[in-house]
Design a protein around this ligand. Structure first.
Ligand code: HEM
Length: 143
């Protein structure tokens, strides 16, 4: 299939749908979504379209706190650095399989940056007083 630019919400939807199909089937992190969080996909997916539309296409539908569910989740299953690495690997693969161009690159840059912050924060909670596992390379401006 010809790779295309991420130009509109339909493109975001294709990206996110294909990403979560891989996530659900993943042997390392799938259980977190399927068995621990028991994600209600029809509810969750439109939130994720809004989130990525706001990051990539200046959409304004996402006004929530993206960190919060991860703090809750981290209490049920400590979110390990390798889980975040896998998450990012799957995300990048979904982007590069389907898309090319400036927005595709931006999607990867943004995902890397937020993943760094999230993994760093979880690591602080799970291993207080140590930074041995995760150097915070690119803090960006996310909270
Ligand atoms: C190990 C890594 C990760 C795991 C296991 C994980 C898992 C989850 C789960 C279970 C939810 C809640 C779904 C529900 O509503 O039932 C969620 C929500 C969300 N995740 Fe993640 N996530 C991870 C990493 C990330 C990263 C790196 C990003 C951003 C780049 C991200 C963005 C979001 C957003 C935007 C939401 C929706 C928050 C809201 O309710 O507004 N996640 N995640």
């Amino acid at each position: 299939m010809e790779k295309r630019e991420i130009a509109n919400r339909d493109d975001i939807q294709s990206l996110i749908d294909s990403f979560y199909e891989k996530v659900k089937a993943d042997e390392l992190i799938g259980f977190i979504f399927n068995d621990v969080a028991k994600v209600d996909w029809p509810h969750h997916l439109p939130i994720m379209y809004d989130f990525w539309e706001s990051l990539l296409l200046d959409g304004s539908n996402y006004g929530r706190n993206a960190m919060e569910p991860h703090f809750k989740l981290n209490k049920l299953v400590p979110l390990q650095p390798e889980y975040f690495d896998r998450w990012l690997e799957l995300f990048e693969a979904a982007v590069t399989t389907l898309f090319t161009g400036e927005k595709a690159t931006l999607a990867i840059t943004r995902a890397r940056s937020i993943k760094e912050i999230m993994a760093f924060k979880m690591n602080q909670i799970n291993h207080p007083g140590t930074d041995k596992n995760i150097p915070l390379v690119n803090p960006g401006n996310h909270q």
